[in-house]
Design a protein around this ligand. Structure first.
Ligand code: F3S
Length: 401
């Protein structure tokens, strides 16, 4: 193979096939990509996060791909995205046997490769990246969080490239791995209060529609919680391809940057723009289910729901589905889980509605606080989705029908 990128002896050995055909193919793909995009070398990553592992999204082609590479082990710490169902509740969710069997083969392939069985879109709750670390992450919300909040460095990798990076333990040194590309290009001034995750997510979504692949610097968002920052990243990742944004008072690289504000393109976003997006979805007074946990809930968000539902002494009329990772699920006490059960709140893991075979879940109308979940449910699954604040979602669930 002819290439222009600088490779170490070890990298050349992998490329020549000395470590076997799987590593060779993975290395070939990385070198081809790096060469095409002008990378000078490869850089070591400390954490890969494989996206696209739900059988719903990758089908048989994805299953065959993962099984092909499952003969060898990953060479860096690796986590992975959600599956098409909760591994312990698949029957209850109405998942067909065939789907279950194929999803299990995907899980088996990942385990043989040595991938951590996390099945979450919030790998930063599993291992929080450090400033300056190089990563190879898929999953747009996670990429934006890692770059923008942690100051780590990862491009928005696709499903196959995360697998190749995990196997080789390296990625091409390009994009936001490189200092010069970590500079804001658009200045966003926010003239709207961000009341909760819903508004933060919608703000991110609107910013994404303006900036597309450019890097925004978002100012005037106040002291928002980490959960709201997570929602903002998820919204931004939904409507744009940018891997990085700078958030005033949050992004650790801002204090060291020499910014020339006058040279940046400027955009202002007001409260009306946020409301317009929410109103376009609508806030229905009823739904078949309330979905909360996109991106997967933190422990704090689960406890927030616990506090809301503690005020009621009856079962919710509409089931409330909360989604989190296995790691966070374990941290939640039995007392909280039992109250959830009594109030018709299901705390599930490993999955989300958007990446599940939704047609089997028997729902047509869903209410959520997440613009990302709303976007994918309506655009991919054709579901009727309403958007509203977390507290209002709970109130709707408990209202008499
Ligand atoms: Fe995660 Fe599903 Fe949302 S994978 S970011 S909960 S669409």
């Amino acid at each position: 193979m002819v290439y222009t990128m600088y490779l170490t002896r070890e990298e050349e050995a992998i490329l020549s096939g000395k470590h076997g055909p799987e590593y060779q193919k993975a290395m070939k793909a990385l070198v081809k990509l790096g060469d095409a995009l002008g990378a000078e070398k490869l850089v070591k990553v400390v954490h890969a996060h494989i996206s696209g592992i739900s059988y719903q999204n990758i089908g048989d082609a994805g299953l065959d791909f993962l099984e092909e590479y499952s003969k060898v082990k990953v060479r860096t710490y690796t986590t992975c995205n959600p599956l098409g169902f909760d591994m312990d509740l698949w029957k209850e969710m109405g998942i067909p046997e065939e789907f279950y069997a194929k999803q299990l083969r995907i899980v088996g392939a990942l385990k043989r490769m040595g991938v951590n069985g996390t099945f979450t879109c919030t790998p930063y709750y599993i291992r929080k990246p450090l400033i300056g670390e190089h990563l190879a992450w898929g999953e747009s919300n996670a990429v934006l969080y890692a770059n923008s909040v942690c100051g780590a460095r990862t491009n928005r990798e696709g499903g196959p490239s995360t697998v190749f990076a995990a196997l080789v333990g390296k990625v091409p040194y390009m994009g936001v791995h490189v200092d010069e590309n970590r500079t804001p290009q658009v200045l966003i001034k926010v003239n709207a209060p961000l009341k909760d995750q819903l508004y933060a997510g919608v703000l991110g979504y609107i910013v994404g529609t303006y900036v597309k692949d450019k890097v925004p610097l978002i100012r005037n968002i106040g002291r928002i919680s980490d959960d709201m920052v997570k929602a903002l990243c998820a919204g931004l990742g939904t409507s744009s391809s940018t891997p990085l944004c700078f958030l005033e008072n949050i992004s650790p690289e801002i204090p060291k940057m020499k910014l020339k504000y006058s040279e940046l393109e400027k955009i202002e976003i007001d409260a009306q723009s946020l409301n317009d997006v929410i109103e376009a979805y609508g806030t229905p007074n009823s739904a078949d289910a309330i979905f909360l946990g996109c991106p997967h809930f933190s422990y704090g968000e689960i406890m927030e729901i616990y506090r809301y539902i503690s005020k009621y002494n009856r079962k919710a009329k509409t089931p409330i589905v909360l989604v989190t990772s296995r790691r966070v699920f374990k941290e939640v006490s039995l007392h909280v889980k039992l109250l959830f059960e009594r109030r018709n709140v299901r705390l599930i893991r490993d999955t989300c509605f958007a990446v599940s075979p939704f047609k089997y879940l028997g729902m047509r109308k869903v209410l959520t606080n997440s613009i990302k979940q709303a976007y994918y449910l309506s655009n991919i699954h054709g579901v009727k989705v309403g958007l509203c604040e977390t507290k209002k979602c709970i109130e709707v669930a408990f209202e008499e029908k």
